[in-house]
Design a binder for this molecule. Sequence first.
Ligand code: ZN
Ligand code: ZN
Length: 269
Amino acid sequence: MELRQLKIAQPELVSAVDMQIALIEMQRRVQSRVPLPWIQMDLEWLRAQHRAGRPIVRFRDLPIDWTDFRLALRQTADILRRFDALERADHDQIIALGREGHALEPLVADWYDRTAGLREVDPAAATQAPAGLDHVLVLALRPFLARSTESLAQQIDVSGWSRGICPFCGWEPDFAVITPGADRRLICGRCLAQWNFAPLDCPFCGNDDRTQVTSFATRDGRYRVYGCDVCHRYLKAYDARHAARPVMVTVDSIATLPLDAAAMQRGYA
Ligand SMILES: [Zn+2]
Ligand SMILES: [Zn+2]
């Protein structure tokens, strides 16, 4: 409903909103079939990993049904292609990957553990992959991963986590929310988990010099951008301090697409 209202308020975002709705509907269909994963996880091991400052969700802990995953992969690639967010050649290559019986599983497992910081990076593996594969894998894996982190967040206290990467899956934050208490919570770009982070530090490079962070808000005060003047990356946030509703990352990330352009104009990436 929020997304449909956004289409009326900002007609230039219609295509982005329609793509987001298609992705959400696909992810909901898949997620409704994913079983609760934490039952088979070793909570003591997870807590020890967490105390050591490492992300806790390993690929083999995810409750993946490969028939469902293949479907999610194919439908994600089709949706991105339909909205011109994926080149045809890359789309075809990803669809072919999904059909290769035994190649897909190790590829996804390796990609996940590598990007979770649980395994050494092999640069060769990254260069052979079709462009856009990261984007498709993030979205196709989300129903399985989000189900896991949702239930784990109730089992494991991550309030002491102070790193810039996700305490569950090791991915980078993609968005943030300023809470009514003026804390800043980062939101994982892969599993959507949230964790507290210093309000003005840069999560990407660790820069904690306030004079080296440029922050600006939208005119209505709803959203804010933090640009780091050390690594030149930026992060968008929803300001919930005076807001009528809590953050809705699937809506707010689309509503702030014009802010991406503004941040890039200022030289942030
Ligand atoms: Zn995550
Ligand atoms: Zn930085």
